[in-house]
Design a protein around this ligand. Sequence first.
Ligand code: NAP
Length: 326
Amino acid sequence: MPEPPSPVSAFCLLLAPYRRVVSAVNTRESGVAKAKVIDGKAVAAELRSRVGDIAARLHDEMNVTTGLAAVLVGSDPASQVYVRAKGRACSTAGLGSFELRFPDDISEAALVAEVEKLNADDRVDGVLVQLPLPGHIDVHRIIAAIDPDKDVDGFHPVNVGRLWSGPSGLVPCTPQGCLNLLRTVHDDLSGADAVVLGRSNLVGKPMAALLLAANCTVTVVHSKSRDAAAICRRADILVAAAGRPQMVKATWINPGATVIDVGINPVPLPDGSSRVLGDVDFDSVCTVAGAITPVPGGVGPMTIACLLRNTLLAACRRRGLPDPLL
Ligand code: NAP
């Protein structure tokens, strides 16, 4: 008699039909603009829905509830908004979420102890510590205290090393989201000239590592680079993450290039309100680029979607399951 399938192999079979191709490019064209606008909201919604479907199957087939714990220190209003948004996204996708709040004056040692409790908690698959932390706490020490296999932000040195040396562990969410958006335009990135504007640990460096792993020829531009515009003009793929509103102009763009704008820059308006601008001068760059992400509605929505993806990935890997097809 044939052996009945193990719970793990049955789960793998159930994952297979979930491979879907996302059509993300919005063909909307306006005025003289010719670039295709990549709809980050749509790609993110699709990813969140697939995460939700697979998390539901994990629950139904294997009695596993995927869980994310967010640690918030102090009362920074922006951090509170981000943590709430992450909790809401978890609930919508059917993931468990735990929010742990601590006062500004929590000691570094006490915070490490709290992180270690989460590492040991079997209900928790992903741990994130919302940054920034108060000045008396060494952020590196806190990140290093997170179990690398639960480090859904991908900032732990072990995951940084895995990203560069492969196979990758958990990858930082924003650059992972940028790569997903690029994949909606390019089936194969191999051989493409890619320029990353910015070299932060959060975005620029992991983005460069992901593009290199995808066989691009990668150049990283930073504030000491000579003639950033000329370097960017060579790019088939340009990822702008400098935190400088509308720095990238049409004259910086190789005609037909794909431009991913990571920038989120609040700019004050004369009436006292503010608006958010990207690092790319969208209206002018649209006339030269082949495809472009808008701000808002491009990379932004992908970051939380990739956080859910990482949490699900961590849940599967911790249990020896294969990576879900996301
Ligand atoms: P960051 O830590 O401030 O890093 C900015 C990088 O840009 C640095 O490497 C800096 O070079 C470089 N740079 C600054 N001015 C430059 C110039 N004039 N020419 C060339 N390079 C320049 O910022 P980040 O955390 O990477 O974030 C970048 C942007 O992305 C910000 O607007 C941020 O709000 C946004 N962001 C968005 C998301 C999202 O979910 N969409 C997530 C994270 C960040 P040096 O290293 O030489 O100083």
